[in-house]
Design a binder for this molecule. Structure first.
Ligand SMILES: [Zn+2]
Ligand SMILES: [Zn+2]
Length: 348
């Protein structure tokens, strides 16, 4: 295991920058806000940790990339910034999210509310669900895993047509596995950053996906005819669990972060870290490191305390108020809640 540590001065420069206007901009944050940002510069940081590399198959050794500090993010003329007429994030569900699902309808709603707290100040709306058939998407059966897969490129074309005028971006989500081209085994998601859209699958976030008896495998040798979408009716959908919800919140907030122009984080343990496999994705936190937080804050303009309060409220609201039975699996966010409380205490 290797710990990536940066000299304090390097980290400070990544956060504050050396450009006089950006240094001045940093001084506009309140004393309390700067206390949170600068907590990462302390040896005994309460809120932030170094990145640890567990093996050569982790993202950083496998995909060497240039690191992006606040200044290089801010100076990028091609990054997308929300504006008055384009400040809504749209979520489009594709295909079934479960049968008759009080849980699954709520699941998409929880995800929407999470994004609204994470991208505090922007609107997040869900578009009416669509079937796989109505997207006209090409599909196949994966020859190794025998599960159904949708061709991501077709879904991006579909989303492009569906994208409302006031969209900052549109994000398609599906419980069915994706592939980016014939020769590839699968892909977790695909995005077009300049077009402000992406499509992501949660199929492989099911704990059973890699099990031998995974219920989403079709019979060996079964070959649905092209265009026969009936294979998708009653097709297996992962159950909504706390783990699935946490994984989906993490992946959607990470991917939308890319649409804002945030690159993979190499500074500190952060939701914007790249991940090469599920175990690494589970290891990264739901939180942004200070460098990425400043990038997002400068892009959206939210109050840092209000954003953390909204996230805390999301974590604490299990849907059990007003005499209703609690359903949101908030136990999967227990550690996150502790983190938010510490952070908010520092902001007081
Ligand atoms: Zn990424
Ligand atoms: Zn970061």
């Amino acid at each position: 295991m290797q710990v990536i540590t940066h000299p304090v001065e390097k980290l400070r420069a990544a956060l504050i920058s050396s450009r006089p206007d950006l240094v001045e901009g940093y001084k506009q944050y309140s004393k309390e806000e700067r206390r949170v940002f600068e907590d990462c510069l302390r040896k005994d940081s309460v809120l932030f940790q170094s990145i640890t590399i567990h093996s050569d198959s982790d993202w950083i050794p496998a995909h060497p990339e240039e690191s992006q500090d606040f200044q290089s993010f801010f100076s990028n003329p091609y990054r997308k910034t929300p504006s008055k007429g384009h400040n809504t994030i749209y979520i489009q569900t594709i295909g079934s999210f479960g049968e008759a699902g009080v849980h699954t309808d709520l699941y998409v709603e929880w995800l929407r509310q999470y994004c609204e707290a994470f991208y505090y100040g922007l609107l997040v709306k869900t578009l009416p669900p669509v079937t796989v058939q109505s997207t006209g998407c090409t599909f196949r059966v994966n020859s190794n895993t025998h599960n159904l897969q949708l061709y991501a490129g077709d879904l991006l074309n579909f989303l492009q047509k569906k994208k409302p005028r006031d969209a900052f971006c549109i994000v398609g989500i599906t419980m069915i596995d994706l592939y980016p081209k014939e020769s590839w085994n699968f892909v977790f998601g695909q995005a077009s950053l300049t077009e402000g859209m992406g499509v992501f699958s949660f199929a492989r976030y099911d704990d059973n996906f890699y099990n031998h008896n995974y219920a989403g495998r079709l019979r060996r040798g079964s070959k649905p005819k092209p265009g026969d979408y009936s294979v998708f009716s009653n097709y297996y959908i992962p159950p909504v669990t706390g783990t699935l919800l946490r994984r989906s919140c993490k992946v959607v907030s990470h991917e939308i972060g890319h649409i804002f122009g945030l690159k993979h984080c190499q500074w500190l343990s952060c939701v914007m870290q790249g991940s090469n496999h599920l175990e690494e994705s589970d290891r990264r936190p739901l939180t942004l490191c200070p460098v990425c937080l400043r990038k997002l804050q400068s892009s959206v303009g939210f109050s840092i305390a209000s954003r953390y309060k909204a996230l805390l409220q999301w974590v604490e609201d299990d849907g059990g108020s007003a005499g209703k039975q609690a359903v949101k699996p908030t136990e999967a966010f227990k550690e996150y809640r502790q983190w938010l409380l510490k952070c908010l205490a520092m902001l007081e």
